[in-house]
Design a protein around this ligand. Structure first.
Ligand SMILES: O=c1ccn([C@H]2C[C@H](O)[C@@H](COP(=O)(O)O)O2)c(=O)[nH]1
Ligand SMILES: [Zn+2]
Length: 159
């Protein structure tokens, strides 16, 4: 008889997005994204970080002041779209732990992604998130909050 406690597709892909976020060096908010096609095949992943050649140790991670991370960081969703390296993303699903900002929404729409599954919406009241939701709705990109009956998944490196 088959196992019953296997994880759902949503848990699997959100788990991959969260795992990708663990690569982020951002001290305040780590974001991961995973793009999946209609056959549940992973097309790409990404997390928030600086562009190639821009050292994590030299560029600023601060949120305030003259020179902040916001000028440099590539968002997780955009990194995942760019990491797909031109694969066809039409009709794909994007799993992401933070609701996408307006700039990511533009890239999501233009790349043909059809659905966004997000984990949390901590900047729901910000102008960027309000604009993002407006554009995603106008473009017909479905957005749904991730749900699961599990609180967590664990990974063991020892069997
Ligand atoms: O759509 C988004 C929005 C934000 N991010 C990244 C950009 C930053 O590295 C953090 C946000 O930092 P805060 O300190 O919480 O302002 O999240 C992203 O990847 N995707
Ligand atoms: Zn963004």
């Amino acid at each position: 008889m088959k196992r019953k406690d296997y994880i759902s597709w949503d848990e699997y892909f959100m788990g991959v997005a969260i795992l990708a976020s663990k690569r982020s060096k951002d001290p305040n908010t780590q974001v991961g994204a995973c793009i999946v096609d209609n056959n549940n095949i992973i097309l790409s992943t990404g997390y928030n970080g600086f562009p190639f050649g821009c050292s994590d140790d030299d560029y600023p991670w601060c949120r305030d002041g003259e020179d902040t991370k916001y000028s440099y960081v590539v968002h997780a969703e955009l990194n995942a779209i760019l990491n797909a390296r031109g694969k066809n993303l039409k009709g794909a699903r994007l799993y992401v732990d933070l609701f996408p900002c307006n700039e990511c929404a533009k890239a999501i729409i233009q790349s043909g992604i059809a659905e966004v599954v997000y984990l949390y919406d901590k900047y729901a009241d910000s102008a960027a998130t309000v604009a993002s939701k407006r554009m995603l709705q106008s473009a017909g990109v479905a957005c749904r909050k991730f749900t699961s009956d599990k609180k967590s998944l664990s990974i063991d490196f020892e069997k």
